[in-house]
Design a protein around this ligand. Structure first.
Ligand code: BEZ
Ligand code: FE
Length: 289
């Protein structure tokens, strides 16, 4: 195969990878190469522009480490994370909608009793969070496993503070026998996603801001139900309609009510989708703990 030109090179690449053993791999790579080549043709990509693209991706790699994941951030601001979530979490009406996972979840957060204060020293206005976990049929989900995390009043997660080496504003709880949960934390505030790197430069070049509306993250697991990864957003936030990562769903917006003592309360019921219609992976012993 010689003397390929801009008309014939796409088919040549596709033919070269057609013998891959995994048909799903072939499907994905065929589509990726086809669309990448079509993109380059459509914009008549210059060599100089593609080199800038390579430099951008290289910078994303250099700034990524175990605390900072620039490629997830890139996927988020391009709307690709939320597109993938939306395509893969098409639940029946009434179920709590899913949204982006984000880069700030940490495995192995501390466990709290119901009513515990997950702030654990994080700075912010005190806030009580409560609600129930139910199935789509209205049945309570006793003992549901709730993994929650949020930023502090500076808009930073614990892992973004160089001087904090323990979990703050994150924790794991179990709903009670009726599916009810409550815990103490701090008021969620809007925050800017990390924008001191290449993704920040991209946002600036596109005339976009880096802000996310105030929210609290939840990952909810229970035997017999699909895992739910979502956030609850604060009503009246100025960024609800321009979330930098396109994650807002109206059904996820709740009121954080100011109390006479200056603290806040938010109530949010979480509705899970049973796995009965789909084959389930058996849970490992302790997989929910
Ligand atoms: C977050 O909500 O934690 C988040 C999501 C996407 C990008 C950055 C942060
Ligand atoms: Fe967040």
């Amino acid at each position: 195969m010689r003397n390929l030109d801009h008309n014939t090179i796409t088919d040549a690449v596709l033919a070269r990878q057609a013998a891959a053993a995994d048909p799903r791999f072939t499907r994905i790579m065929t589509s990726l190469v086809t669309h990448l080549h079509a993109f380059a043709r459509e914009v008549q990509l210059t060599e100089e522009e593609w080199f800038k693209g390579i430099e951008f991706l290289t910078r994303c790699g250099h700034i990524t480490d175990d605390k900072r994941q620039e490629f997830i951030l890139l996927s988020d601001v391009l709307g690709l994370s939320m597109l993938t979530v939306a395509m893969n979490n098409d639940k029946p009406a009434g179920c709590t909608e899913a949204t982006v996972f984000g880069p700030f979840h940490v495995e192995g957060a501390p466990h709290y009793e119901l009513g515990g204060d997950i702030a654990n020293g994080a700075r912010g206005i005190p806030c009580l969070v409560r609600g129930t976990v139910r199935g789509i049929g209205g049945e309570s989900v006793p003992g549901a496993h709730l993994d929650v995390w949020q930023s502090d009043e500076d808009g930073l997660y614990d892992v973004q503070h160089a001087d904090i080496d323990h979990a703050q504003a994150r924790g794991i709880l179990h709903a009670d026998s009726e599916g009810a949960y409550h815990f103490r934390s701090i008021l969620a505030v809007p925050y800017a996603i990390p924008h001191d790197g290449p993704v920040g430069d991209l946002l600036k070049a596109a005339g976009r801001h880096p802000w996310r509306p105030a929210h609290l993250h939840f990952m909810v697991k229970a035997e017999g139900y699909e895992t739910l990864i979502t956030h609850v957003f604060r009503s009246n936030d100025p960024y609800l309609d321009s979330d930098a990562v396109f994650g807002v769903r109206q059904s996820l917006v709740a009121d954080w009510a100011l109390q006479p003592d200056g603290s806040y309360i938010v109530e949010y019921d979480l509705v899970l989708n049973p796995t009965t219609s789909k084959p389930t992976m058996p849970l490992r012993d302790g997989a929910l703990d």
